[in-house]
Design a protein around this ligand. Structure first.
Ligand SMILES: Nc1ncnc2c1ncn2[C@@H]1O[C@H](COP(=O)(O)OP(=O)(O)OP(=O)(O)O)[C@@H](O)[C@H]1O
Ligand SMILES: [Mg+2]
Length: 374
């Protein structure tokens, strides 16, 4: 008899089982489940390994029995039909805390190999919060129109877009803002997490990811640090063989039906090191530039709107000081470090000394990094 420690998981969480009849009218767009087994062990019953032979059939079967149920992430659904009381853990629901309805896609993953992050209303950025990056925002507008009405575009649909540029310039922020504005699932995945322990792991994960995105379309796949797997061949000796992953990506990127409403955005800081076959799949390469003086001013002003203490240093001065900084550096290294210094000194306002402290800290860190290579 195979024991299954996942069962403990189920037992502990019985109080979170989703059978409540909270009045919630939002219909789930997608529910991702994983079979975890029974609430207890007994003879004749084996662990959590069930094999779904036909995913479409399973979806119908699942929808029929769970229609009307409230679901949220981390809770469990119990089979009531063929294998009564077999538990399925709810890995993801979009939107979270919604009800299974006739149009809900129900997807089962065999193992938690793919951990998609379905970002929905969790981020509250909008596209206008991204300062500058005008060509990226233009493209975002086209993507929004497309995801709204995919059928209209036919073979002219936007599909694969590459965002490149220095760290902290707004690539991830824009993808989040896009999914937030049009309320479509965003699958954020770091390319490094695709490299598995066994041959085939990466290809499997990519396949699952694209399948899920198509099932829950319209949707956006965001592959961050794509250079980590899609390295140009001349660099591949640095990282070992990732050609399996490159090939899987190529197959999936080519295979998506343009009418399905799935957009793939790749992001990288090192566009020159990208594998050419992958690079050529992106219809457009969009550069994210460092902010100009005017844009730094805007970023500073936007951030100061939610600042908990009064900033005594004039904005113009902050604009000068932040020359050469990215949006992220302005927020994290300059404003946040300055703020925290003021708070740690029990001050009621952020002064010149706090900003000076932040600048010194940043320089110190940069020197540490430089010295690592001498
Ligand atoms: N153009 C911008 N406008 C406003 N804020 C920005 C901008 N760029 C960066 N920021 C701020 O910096 C944070 C980090 O930016 P983001 O994560 O989008 O950078 P990135 O380009 O994805 O960086 P990386 O290449 O390191 O992944 C944002 O959440 C935001 O606060
Ligand atoms: Mg990023």
């Amino acid at each position: 008899m195979q024991t299954n420690n996942q069962n403990n998981d189920v037992n502990k969480s019985t109080n979170t089982i989703t059978t409540s009849k909270v009045n919630n009218n939002k219909e789930a767009k997608a529910v991702v489940l994983k079979g975890v087994g029974y609430p207890f062990n007994f003879a004749l019953m084996d662990g959590s390994n069930i094999e779904i032979s036909d995913k479409v059939l399973f979806e119908q079967y699942a929808r029929d029995q769970w229609i009307g149920m409230d679901v949220s992430e981390g809770t469990y659904l119990f089979d009531q039909k063929i294998i009564p009381d077999f538990a399925f853990k709810v890995i993801t629901v979009f939107p979270n805390n919604s009800v299974i309805g006739e149009n809900t896609s129900i997807v089962i993953v065999e193992e938690e190999k793919v951990k998609p992050t379905l970002k929905s209303i969790k981020t509250n950025f909008s596209i206008s919060d991204v300062v500058g990056q005008e060509s990226a925002k233009k493209k975002a507008k086209v993507i929004m129109k497309y995801l709204h009405e995919p059928e209209k575009f036919g073979e002219w649909a936007p599909r694969n877009i590459l965002f490149y540029g220095l760290p902290g310039t707004g690539k991830t922020m824009l993808a989040k803002a896009l999914s937030n504005e049009i309320k479509v699932p965003l699958y954020l995945i770091k390319a490094t997490s695709l490299i598995g322990d066994h041959v085939g792991d990466g290809a499997y994960k990519i396949h699952e990811l694209f399948t899920l995105a198509q099932k829950t379309s319209p949707s956006i796949i965001f592959i961050d640090e794509i250079d980590a797997v899609a390295l140009h061949r001349s660099y591949q000796s640095l990282r070992g063989d990732v050609s399996e992953i490159v090939n899987a990506l190529l197959t999936e990127m080519d295979g998506i039906n343009p009418n399905k409403g799935v957009i793939t955005i790749g992001a990288t800081n090192n566009i020159e090191t990208l594998d050419y076959a992958i690079r050529s799949r992106f219809e457009q390469e969009i550069e994210f530039a460092m902010p100009t003086e005017q844009e730094r001013k805007q970023i500073i002003e936007n951030n100061l709107k939610t600042f908990p203490l009064k900033m005594e240093v004039p904005t113009e001065k902050l604009v000068q000081i932040s020359k050469g900084m990215s949006g992220r550096d302005i927020k994290e290294k300059l404003l946040k470090t300055g703020l925290h210094n003021a708070i740690s000194n029990d001050k009621k306002t952020v002064t010149k000394q706090d900003i000076k402290y932040a600048i010194d800290m940043k320089k110190q860190k940069q020197n540490e990094v430089k010295n690592m290579f001498v």
